[in-house]
Design a protein around this ligand. Structure first.
Ligand SMILES: [Mg+2]
Length: 229
């Protein structure tokens, strides 16, 4: 299990909730590859903030002999055995940690906030602990992330980001090829929370490398926009 951290006064800590699937671990590429598809097959849908990837697989791919329905894939914990982090994601968290600590004088704590299928949860936890060790401590399994106490959410789900922003928190939308950023902007404007959501530029899988490779000034500007500090 991921170790618990010592309790500390809430106003002394900046909490960052980190989504696992498609953010801390690239579980999208192998899912699509299982059905002979790539991220290019999952395009944003007009009028919706995200494309239903399950429907795309059902429409475009041959049925799998292993998983009867595309969603069955996620019920198998073995998918996490070889799930890898995005390039430079760990480095990105390091920059974020230093930036928030320097600007707020608060301790920064990262924890995972992920929606689990009960049958894959043990393997998922095992894998993130293996990859992220002590960098990310704690784990909350919920589909209602906006109810969790954090300052910033890193997530690829537009729904989760909008809900977090409506609940008064900040959110960084990480790239997913299925997201429709224009539509998300429109929806966020309607709810009056556009300024609470930072949309990270770049391609899926490359976005963290883009930030880490930027000049120090650009990086600080980006991190300030993401974190609000
Ligand atoms: Mg996700």
């Amino acid at each position: 299990m991921i170790p618990n951290t010592t309790a500390i006064a809430r106003d002394k800590v900046y909490y960052v909730a980190v989504d696992i699937d498609l953010v801390a671990l690239d579980t999208l590429t192998p899912w699509l590859a299982h059905y002979g598809l790539t991220v290019d097959d999952v395009k944003p849908t007009e009028g919706k903030i995200w494309t239903d990837i399950v429907s795309v697989i059902e429409e475009k791919a041959e049925p799998s002999s292993v998983y009867e329905r595309p969603y069955d894939y996620w019920c198998d914990g073995s998918i996490y055995e070889n799930a890898h982090p995005h390039r430079d994601f760990m480095k990105f968290l390091g920059f974020m940690n230093n930036h928030i600590r320097a600007t707020t004088k608060k301790e920064v704590r990262f924890f995972f906030c992920s929606t689990c299928v009960s049958s894959h949860k043990p393997e998922k936890l095992h894998r993130v602990k293996q990859v992220y060790g002590d960098v990310v401590q704690g784990f909350v399994d919920t589909s209602c992330k906006h109810l969790v106490d954090f300052d910033l959410l890193l997530d690829d789900s537009p729904d989760q980001c909008v809900n977090a922003a409506i609940a008064g928190k900040r959110a960084m939308l990480c790239p997913s090829p299925a997201n429709n950023l224009e539509e998300l902007s429109r929806v966020a404007e309607v709810y009056g929370v556009r300024d609470k959501i930072y949309m990270l530029d770049g391609e899926y899988g490359e976005c963290f490398t883009d930030v880490c490779g930027a000049s120090v000034f650009e990086r600080i500007e980006t991190l300030t926009q993401i974190t609000g500090v």
